[in-house]
Design a protein around this ligand. Structure first.
Ligand SMILES: C[S@@+](CC[C@H](N)C(=O)[O-])C[C@H]1O[C@@H](n2cnc3c(N)ncnc32)[C@H](O)[C@@H]1O
Length: 465
């Protein structure tokens, strides 16, 4: 029989947070190792498992010295559910780490002088900040050791185990959304289990109950959507009636029908069962309709601060033509519209543009124009001829950053100012390097939208040289 190879043990000092909740450490000789279950400041022992692109993956064996930044996590699901990987790291150190990630990307990739970078804008509160959570039903509950005696592994309602598409961590209390979210989820789980409604089996594609989406707004009103696997609304009528009676703050209730093999809401039809068509969310001086499928910033309070910062960088006086590229439901443009001559929004998701137009009407704006399509195709000379030369272009792309063709178009049109909002400092830095032939970064500030995760947002103000 082939003898199993012994894995070499190493001591590492954890230096920083990395993607997917991993920690990045170094041996005393400088070898880079990624591992789980450790935080910056810890000294730990790992067994070297495999090497990818010059970086070792280490299997955590024990902590040799605790980090001075270690705090007690408040959540009983911590480490089991993949949601808040850095909950045991002090918030001050989370901010320090996120700022370092941005500084590092800007220096190394964008080659910019980071002395002008402002300190990271922290979030407050750091718990209960989400306005939307999506839970998954499953008949494959992830069993943790301490629950090994448990007899019912077939009813789970919660979040995916990290990197597992079918094991669901059953959640009893999540600290990311106001508590009504926990109460509704737990009630639905109990009622559904007691009435023998089948929790979905994602491997076999059997069962009825698939997802539960809970959205809340600034008034703590709730929109609840139950996604089921077949057009069998009558099967869940009693359940929904009972939930409606128990929670008067649910002002809107929908059922969605998903017969696809995956959980994405794309092409899922929603039917209103009860109450309002929309929730209305307020961001400072503007309001937005939220429908079951709307994309909306999930941390409302911090989105207010993010957009406030965009407004500060934009410094509008009512005369400017502003292009809001990758505009989603029009939120940044609508926020700025009262101080601009006109806003032109571009977004590739057609439903989001329908919402953007509706949101402009809700806010009684008559100086906004919205277009559906891929920004690199829609943003052309023709668009600029129709609406005029930009005074300011705002871009807020997904993690992949801007397409190089779009950067070339923006360089040619040479707006006096660009504001680049990004959720990925690495691609933002890559794009800023391309802009540097014509633009200088004047201001920049990282923003923490998602405490306890490794995500960091960053806003940059570019002025034409
Ligand atoms: C990070 S979100 C920003 C949304 C919005 N600015 C906000 O603050 O809510 C990025 C948006 O870009 C859209 N998008 C992705 N690729 C695009 C493309 N090639 N052209 C236009 N929009 C795109 C996405 O649908 C999404 O709404």
């Amino acid at each position: 029989m082939k003898k199993k190879k012994e894995l070499k043990s190493e001591e590492i000092e954890i230096k920083s947070i990395a993607h997917k909740g991993l920690a990045l450490g170094k041996t005393d000789e400088g070898m880079v190792v990624l591992t789980k279950s450790a935080i910056p400041g810890d000294r730990v022992e790992v067994r070297l498992h495999k090497k990818r692109k010059g970086v070792w993956m280490g299997l955590f064996t024990k902590t040799l010295r605790d980090s001075p930044h270690k705090v007690d996590p408040i959540c009983t699901h911590f480490t089991i559910c993949g949601g808040c990987s850095w909950q045991n790291l002090s918030y001050a150190e989370q901010l320090n780490q996120k700022e370092t990630i941005v500084k590092d990307a800007m220096q190394r990739i964008a080659k910019i002088d980071i002395r002008m970078m402002e300190t990271i804008l922290s979030a407050n509160p750091i718990f209960y900040y989400r306005n939307k959570l999506e839970y998954t039903f499953s008949n494959h509950k992830w069993i943790v050791d301490r629950e090994a005696q448990e007899v019912d592994p077939t009813h789970a309602l919660g979040f995916h185990r990290p990197e597992s598409f079918f094991k669901i961590v059953d959640i009893s209390k999540c600290h990311l959304q106001i508590d009504i979210s926990n109460q509704i989820r737990n009630e639905i789980k109990t009622l559904a289990s007691n009435s023998n409604l089948a929790f979905y089996d994602i491997k076999e594609h059997k069962g009825l109950l698939r997802n539960l989406i809970i959205r809340t707004n600034h008034l703590d009103q709730v929109m609840m959507s139950l996604i089921i696997a077949a057009d069998q609304e009558n099967e869940v009528t009693d359940l929904l009636e009972a939930v409606k009676a128990k929670f008067p703050s649910i002002i809107s209730m929908y059922v969605g029908f998903n017969q696809k093999r995956n959980d994405s809401l794309f092409e899922v039809k929603f039917k209103k069962i009860y109450g309002e068509d929309y929730l209305i969310e307020r961001l400072h001086h503007v309001q937005f309709y939220i429908s079951p499928k709307s994309f909306f910033q999930t941390n409302t309070k911090q989105a207010e601060h993010l957009y406030g910062l965009v407004a500060e960088y934009a410094n509008l006086n009512g005369t400017q033509t502003v292009y809001d590229l990758y505009c989603g439901v029009g939120s940044i443009g609508i926020y700025l519209a009262k101080d601009a001559a006109q806003i032109i929004g571009v977004e590739e998701v057609a439903e989001a543009i329908i919402d953007a137009k509706r949101n402009a009407t809700l806010n009684q704006l008559n100086n906004t124009h919205f277009y559906t399509g891929d920004a690199k195709e829609i943003v052309t000379e023709t668009l600029f001829e129709r609406h005029g030369h930009p005074d300011l272009i705002i871009v807020d792309p997904p993690r992949a950053g801007l397409h190089e063709d779009l950067i070339q178009t923006l360089l040619q049109i040479s707006s006096p100012k660009i504001i680049y909002v990004s959720c990925n400092p690495a691609t933002q830095a890559r794009d800023l390097l391309l802009f540097s032939q014509l633009y200088k970064v004047i201001r920049m500030r990282p923003v923490d939208m998602f405490p306890h995760t490794n995500h960091v947002e960053c806003i940059a103000l570019l002025e034409r040289i």
